[in-house]
Ligand binder design. Sequence first.
Ligand code: SF4
Length: 738
Amino acid sequence: MAAVIEKSPFRVVHTVCSHDCPDSCAVLVTVDQRGRAIKVQGDPSQPVTQGFLCGKVAKYLDRVYAPERILYPLRRKLGVAKGPLARGREHEAFERVSWDEALDAIAARLQMVSEKYGPEAILPYSYAGTIGVLGYGSMDRRFFHRLGASQLDRTICSEAGGVAWNLVYGKKMGTPTEDFRLAKLIVAWGANIHGNNVHLWPFVEQARRNGARLIVIDPYKTRTAALADWHIAIRPGTDGALALGVMHVILREGLEDRAYIAEMTHGFEQLAERVREYTPERVAAWTGMTAGEVEQLAREYATTQPAAIRLNYGVQRAEFGGAAVRTIAMLPALTGAWKYRGGGGQLSTSGAFLWNKKAVERPDLALASPLGRLARVVNMSELGRALTQLGQAREQGSEIRDQGIGNGKPKDDRQDGPAVHALFVYNSNPGAVAPNQNSVRKGLARPDLFTVVHELFFTDTTDYADYVLPATTFLEHKDIQGAYGHYFVQLSQRAIEPPGESRSNVWLFGQLAQRMGFTEECFRDTPEEMIRQALSIGPDGHSTNAAMEHITVQDLEREGHIPLGFHKEGFQPFTSGPLATPSGKIEFHSETLAAQGLDGVPRFVPPAESRFGEAAARYPLEFLGRKADNYMNSTFANLGGHRKMEARTTQRLEMHPTDAEARGIGDGDPVRVWNERGSLELKALVNGSVPAGVVAARLDWAKMHTDGSNVNALTSERLTDLGGGPTFYSTLVEVGKA
Ligand code: SF4
């Protein structure tokens, strides 16, 4: 709705919040006569946004017009070493250059790296700094495919859980967000709804007004946990054990839905056999619950309908997080909860948006690259290793490691290859968010590594950049977007001109392609053309993508948001087949995994870095590098207003009184947290936010810490059992008075 209000000096423009959040809010931006945005508000006509924005984005203009915003291309001054720069004085390390100078120099260096080491020595690094279809992955993918650059396995957030959910259901879909209002029991499993999925909360409240109970399963006492009827603070990484124990009780007491199981599922016998060993007593010993609590949860879950599980991505960031998500995802299939409107579960709805990615990303361009094939794949969760070890094994005549085994993905024989000599970062801040920060920094500090960062602000990553290029916010570029927390296709209009010389991803990579001499027409596509490609607009003007056939670009321009075709009153997923799994049914047992020698039915294994592992003798505390309610990973952490909202836990280590007392630590004492990868200096906050044996600190920018490190100084590059994701929440530490 790029609507102009008649006779008003203001325009109100429909945009979409493109931050990495399930809610994908419809945002109305009021723009004055000078072209300046003066107000942002949630679109009241969008059924999930319902007219409000979260605390992160309600004050978005503070970000758009922040005085610290980078507005011009910058080049590192000669002789300035790479490494942490004093906050607020970063600009002193750089000099302003024109876009032409920057693009010419970057293109020349990429060309040189490609010729000297092979194009796979160039590594793009991006994630969900923007989740619009074009901003997330379009012209950039075309560019890097055509270049022959290494492909990036974008695993850092949701891969383990996504692979796990798809193994069970074939598609990342779930209970419609609006239908949670109909539930009689809501289980928020690793889901801080009130903090990070706040547009689900009004539906939760509506359900509770109608008598529903809210159970939160989370080792940390989040805002949501504090508001729950029952907060179950299990130990980190034991979610899979709890889900298996719940199944044990359900089957022991005959509470399963046999008719649903017979009609819709595959592998029930194998599952029943597996869960027999997970008695409430054994599960209690792992999770820290009592056996009675495990039984109570199972009975309440199985005998209340509709029961909805909101499962979020925290669960899968443990070493066996893939198995945990698979197991939890099976619960509504065991009880037949999908049959009841408002019941079932939701991890993500992103699988419902079948964008034409081939047209948008053009992987076929790899055939025209100097490689003549798709390039090797580098896992972004192992960036430190990639920057410090890749290429060396070849010189030593051996392979580095086999990343393909055990992560549920086919083995990639192209893992080895040249060292990375050029890194192109956009939509991400790996200096803050990637695991094993010291290893990442060691790699970023290599004087021979050429690094380009496309960013809005100086970050932990720009401290290592050769070139910093100014990026746009979602108010300043056009895009199309789905969601992973609802079923609406939305168009995000450009509301304002980009400030200074900031430019979008689409513009940047289109320009670079031309500098590199890529003559393919697709590098000249406009955002409008790419939106039509994403939608697969057919000759009659309608999308030919599944569930989008009723959508035209004109309708989207006018409406701003349109529901997917199936998203009508009464839609209930997984109530009829065939599903997109190998058996066409919900899979309790996966032949695919069994054929790879993996667990056909999930089981529970405690993480190596947990109180049950050998390393606990040296590092006895389980560490949670948790996310802030008012930041988006590291995004927003530089803004004063947002930091104020998080002041309570700034540079604090939350500890249980038992653990603090055992170490002679009092509330407010300076403490050091350490393990073999790094250390962190914080102040103790002795409270009841974590169970005994667990400590927690918040993710923000390393450069804002007194010692220049953040929580990722402690996390490892160990990968999850499925999907090759990071294991942020399987981290052991010791703590002492500083
Ligand atoms: S961050 Fe999430 S809740 Fe906040 S405005 Fe963006 S989409 Fe909405």
